[in-house]
Design a protein around this ligand. Structure first.
Ligand code: PS7
Ligand code: MN
Ligand code: MN
Ligand code: MN
Ligand code: MN
Ligand code: MN
Length: 358
């Protein structure tokens, strides 16, 4: 366990850690357990992207203001004193942008190679978010599965790319991971798709939709119909197809984690993935996603933390346990029964090749 040396810390860096603890759901603790050399760059990377996402998620910013803000965020992050007094999806995220000048001060102290990675990802993500915010405004949004995966690339695949480049720059991961970018992409896709399936009702209330038309239109005529209690069975079958689409990334996530050399980085990447497979199990065949905000229990989260801070074998055991729970709940009447069954079998088989039993 690494402890931050707060005696050497500037008031701006202390402010960065304050906002990290305020804004981050599961990431604040795992980031702070990182090896000291990785800690500040990754904390600042998190805060920059959290700031960008706060603008994306703020549905009170008019589109003609939001789009240039998303596209110019890389300029703001190098403008001394830049702050933004918006509404934010919640008070804590709003506060981060009100004090963003402190993050800018610390970004300027980063090694150039680290700063350049963060800047490159911010440019690409901001432009991708802007494209999809505009499309949504024009009543188009996410229509096809490739578009759905492109959106997930912008908001999560790119985070993975930036993190992998930072890990390799610091010699914390096998450089071979840079030549297998599809593994990194799967890490982001798996987390983002899980978030999008789980948050479907919350996003619906915000008038946002990330489930692709190509999928939901097979089950209901209008998007709003998916939330009608009378359509629960159809909605559940639709969510099964979304789960099937997410499950295809699980084996590549395990393969990616095999490339991590350092324990604190392993914990940092494995914990969110373990939470994701447990969340997929919670979501699967669960009609509550269409009317409530559901989360895995504190107890399960604690156990997952313990299991994902050991080694790949233990994380594989976790994945196998949840994959079996998913396979058990799979319903033969579900239109995707056979494919879900095959997807679960494929994950188990992959784990068997990594760690053969006996
Ligand atoms: C830089 C640690 C480890 C190779 C703030 C971590 C939105 C799921 O979509 O607000 O608004 O509902 O709940 C984290 C790959 C990203 C993907 C991404 C940055 C893993 C801003 C996390 C996290 C790649 C863009 C949840 C993707 O936010 O989502 C750092 C490897 C931030 C990771 C967004 C989503 C995170 C997310 P939404 P939330
Ligand atoms: Mn967002
Ligand atoms: Mn968000
Ligand atoms: Mn301040
Ligand atoms: Mn969400
Ligand atoms: Mn949510």
């Amino acid at each position: 366990v690494h402890r931050r040396d707060t005696s050497q810390e500037s008031k701006e860096l202390a402010s960065c850690f304050h906002y990290l603890n305020m804004t981050s759901r599961s990431f604040a603790s795992v980031i702070q357990e990182l090896n000291p050399d990785m800690l500040v760059p990754i904390a600042l990377f998190y805060l920059v992207l959290r700031g960008l996402d706060t603008i994306e998620d703020d549905m009170t910013i008019p589109i003609e203001k939001k789009v240039p803000m998303l596209r110019d965020f890389d300029k703001y992050m190098k403008t001394d004193g830049w702050t933004f007094n918006g509404n934010g999806p919640n008070e804590k995220d709003r506060d981060l942008l009100v004090h963003f000048d402190d993050i800018i001060v610390e970004l300027k102290k980063l090694k150039k190679n680290y700063y350049d990675i963060i800047e490159d990802i911010t440019i690409k993500m901001g432009n991708g978010m802007a494209d999809y915010a505009l499309a949504a405004e024009e009543g188009k949004g996410v229509e096809t599965v490739p578009q759905y995966e492109e959106y997930c690339h912008y908001v999560a695949g790119l985070v993975g790319e930036g993190l992998t480049r930072l890990f390799v720059a610091g010699d914390w991961a096998n450089p071979a991971l840079l030549e297998r970018m599809e593994l990194t992409e799967s890490m982001g896709q798996f987390l983002q798709k899980t978030n999008i399936i789980r948050d479907v009702h919350e996003d619906f209330l915000d008038k946002r939709r990330f489930w692709p038309t190509e999928i939901w239109s097979k089950y209901v005529d209008k998007w709003d119909d998916l939330f009608e209690p009378a359509n629960r069975q159809k909605a559940l079958y639709c969510s099964s197809e979304m789960v099937l689409n997410a499950l295809k990334h699980a084996d590549e996530c395990l393969f990616y984690m095999a490339g991590i050399r350092e324990q604190s980085v392993f914990n940092f990447v494995a914990i969110p993935q373990a939470m994701a497979i447990a969340t997929i199990d919670l979501i699967f065949q669960n009609p509550a996603i269409f009317h409530s905000h559901i989360k895995i229990t504190k107890g399960d989260a604690c156990q997952l933390m313990i299991e994902s801070t050991q080694n790949l074998r233990v994380v594989c055991d976790t994945f196998r346990r949840y994959t079996r729970k998913i396979a058990k709940k799979n319903d033969p009447r579900d239109p995707h029964f056979l494919e879900i069954s095959a997807a679960c079998g494929k994950i188990e088989q992959f784990i068997e090749t990594l760690f053969p039993t006996q």
